[in-house]
Design a protein around this ligand. Structure first.
Ligand code: ATP
Ligand code: MG
Length: 599
């Protein structure tokens, strides 16, 4: 770690991108480090985006810079306000309390974009915390359409762009292939005046979709296919979610992206490896226009691929649209809204991103790494509670109908400050069906006829009688409570091998509990071109009806609980006053690593 990094109040993880930034900081190359996270609002953010958010906001945080959230909204046909809103919510959730002070947001009341060009070195945008409670808008690439259009005109004037009348299919055909050079468009030699006139008419809406394009004049025989006169503008008679009916020509990603970066004063434009081949075009556009301010540079890193998970908005969209999941926030999806609903905390995702690091090589990350980050976070944080998911009734025959025994339960052994609470033992309690076996193998340490087990926080009980109905099904277990084995009791030291959880049958609250498992049965759902829908896990959701301890009636959305011995749980957004609904965030141990008793 360099001197700069080690003198930094925020620890800087070691990776090749941070190394570059550290060097630039040491060289004082920029007045401030400015990154951006530029999602296209055509779907919900997923865990792959979380990696990018943690990298871009992480760098801003470590180097006292800022990071702009920018909607990369150049393709109105696929974009929607719903996505703009969900993206904002998800980003804020992920960085809250960590990097929200680095969030670059548009300053209010600033003038038109023109003010920032023409040699000025200050920026229209400033880093502003939403600390004043004002929800300010993020950046939109579409805010720059006016300016980007002017840059297009400038390129035409410089003889570096032309209007092409080839159809989309012919444009594709003329482009050639990586091993075959392209062919010049017959429209390549149009005069500047003709190009300017046609571009004005395109912009005025005189031509139908696809009739003409604006293309950069670069090199049709370049080995890099992206430099073979790429299309910069196309005609699309469609309204835009942000600019309305103002435009019928829209810039393509490659043209809009580098210029948006430039206009925002981005210093490090970090994206995933598939854009590496676009970098020469990114640089070409910025250099072709004679721009007064320092130019941004693009750096690429490996995208996240995760086992048993699909990470692609398009494919997640297919699952949502075909009803294979309940929506973008289905807790089985790797979307940020799905994981949030499931009870995953942003701290866990940030730790996950930190632990996998940033590299230049695409690889498959073991989903166990994510699950470990979620478990470790919740183990520290979650409040312990008792719940029984597949109940069987135990009657403590030596406790009266209306008698109760007050017990003290620990809220979180990992956090002494969380204290204790009082719970009540009553004559009838629920235990887990799995914690009783009528005919048990020798190593079974839970309850069996004539056997003993400890009820957590209470005392040892002995099973005296198994009561069955006419069909031979077990209805109740009659047990004796050994109250002298309670903490502080005369026989407190008595040992049994098993301790089980329970809930008072008279005081417990019924609840629906949704248990989630991996969405796919295969680690690589699309391996060898397989249709991912053919390997959906039919057991990815099971719903059980159990009982939760009374204190959970006060549970709030966003709180995390450990149901002792069962896993981590949270209230689902389907919860209502009349119906308690919980989600299992994750089991206590990795049930896939070693087959264990599953509840
Ligand atoms: P998808 O393929 O899911 O649609 P995308 O790359 O098209 O993803 P964008 O909205 O364009 O989605 O992405 C915004 C930013 O997030 C980009 O900088 C992109 O490189 C980054 N990103 C997207 N997916 C991943 C991933 N799996 N790992 C890391 N970064 C990602
Ligand atoms: Mg994309």
């Amino acid at each position: 770690m360099s001197e700069i990094a080690s003198s930094n109040p925020v620890p800087v993880p070691a990776d090749f991108i941070r190394d570059i930034v550290t060097t630039h900081v040491a060289e004082k190359r920029y007045p401030q480090i400015i990154t951006r996270f530029p999602p296209e609002p055509n779907g919900y953010l997923h865990i792959g985006h979380a990696k990018s958010i943690c990298l871009n906001f992480g760098i801003a945080r470590e180097y006292q810079g800022r990071c702009n959230l920018r909607m990369d909204d150049t393709n109105p046909a696929k974009e929607d306000l719903e996505y703009v809103e969900s993206i904002q919510e998800d980003v804020r959730w992920l960085i809250r309390g960590w990097a929200d002070h680095c969030l670059g947001l548009k300053a209010q009341g600033t003038g038109p974009i023109d003010e920032v060009i023409g040699g000025r070195t200050d920026y229209r945008m400033e880093a502003v915390m939403a600390a004043d409670g004002v929800e300010r808008e993020p950046f939109f690439a579409s805010d720059y359409f006016e300016q980007i259009h002017r840059y297009a005109v400038q390129l035409i004037r410089l003889g570096k762009a032309y209007i092409c009348d080839l159809s989309p299919a012919d444009t594709e055909h003329y482009r050639g292939s990586p091993d075959r050079p392209g062919t010049d468009s017959p429209f390549r030699t149009r005069s500047v005046e003709e190009n300017l006139a046609l571009f004005a008419r395109m912009t005025a809406g005189e031509f139908p979709d696809g009739a003409r394009t604006l293309r950069a004049k670069i090199d049709m025989s370049s080995p890099n296919i992206w430099l073979r006169d790429p299309v910069l503008y196309r005609i699309r008679h469609v309204e835009h979610h942000h600019t309305g009916a103002r435009w019928c020509v829209y810039p393509l990603y490659d043209f809009a992206h580098c210029l948006s970066d430039y206009l925002e004063g981005i210093t490090h434009s970090i994206c995933t490896l598939e854009f590496e081949v676009h970098r020469p075009l990114y640089d070409w556009i910025l250099q072709a226009l004679t721009l007064p301010r320092p130019l941004p540079h693009q750096y690429e890193f490996a995208r996240l691929n995760l086992g048993y998970t699909l990470i692609s908005k398009r494919k997640l969209m297919a699952l949502v649209k075909e009803g294979l999941v309940s929506g973008w926030d289905d807790p089985r999806l790797p979307t940020l809204s799905g994981m949030r609903r499931r009870g995953v905390r942003p701290e866990a995702l940030r730790e996950f991103a930190r632990s996998i690091g940033v590299t230049k090589y695409n690889a498959l990350t073991d989903v166990a790494v994510l699950e470990k980050a979620i478990r470790d976070d919740l183990n520290r944080y979650a409040t312990r509670r008792l719940a029984v998911l597949r109940p069987i009734k135990v009657v403590l025959t030596n406790l009266g109908e209306t008698e109760t025994v007050e017990l003290t339960a620990v809220n979180n052994p990992e956090d002494p400050a969380s204290g204790t609470r009082t719970i009540q033992l009553t004559r009838e309690v629920w235990i887990e069906q799995d914690d009783f076996m009528e005919v048990a193998p020798p190593k079974y340490f839970r309850l069996r006829p004539g056997g003993e087990v400890r009820l957590k926080y209470a005392c040892i009980i002995r099973c005296d009688d198994v009561v069955k109905d006419a069909a031979g099904r077990i209805t109740e277990l009659h047990c004796t409570a050994q109250f002298d084995t309670r903490t502080g009791g005369t026989n407190a030291a008595k040992k049994v091998k098993g301790t089980i959880h329970w809930v008072s049958a008279s005081l417990g609250i019924p609840a629906e509990v949704r248990l989630y498992d991996r969405l796919f049965t295969e680690e690589e759902p699309e391996k060898d071109g397989r249709d991912f829908k053919s390997v959906l896990n039919p057991g990815s959701l099971s719903v059980v009806f159990g009982f939760i301890e009374p204190s959970l009636s006060g549970a709030n959305l966003g709180e995390n609980f450990q149901f002792e011995r069962l896993g981590y749980f949270c209230l689902d957004s389907d919860n209502s006053a009349t119906k308690r609904v919980f989600n299992r965030t994750i089991t206590l141990k990795d049930a896939w690593a070693k087959e264990s008793v599953k509840v």
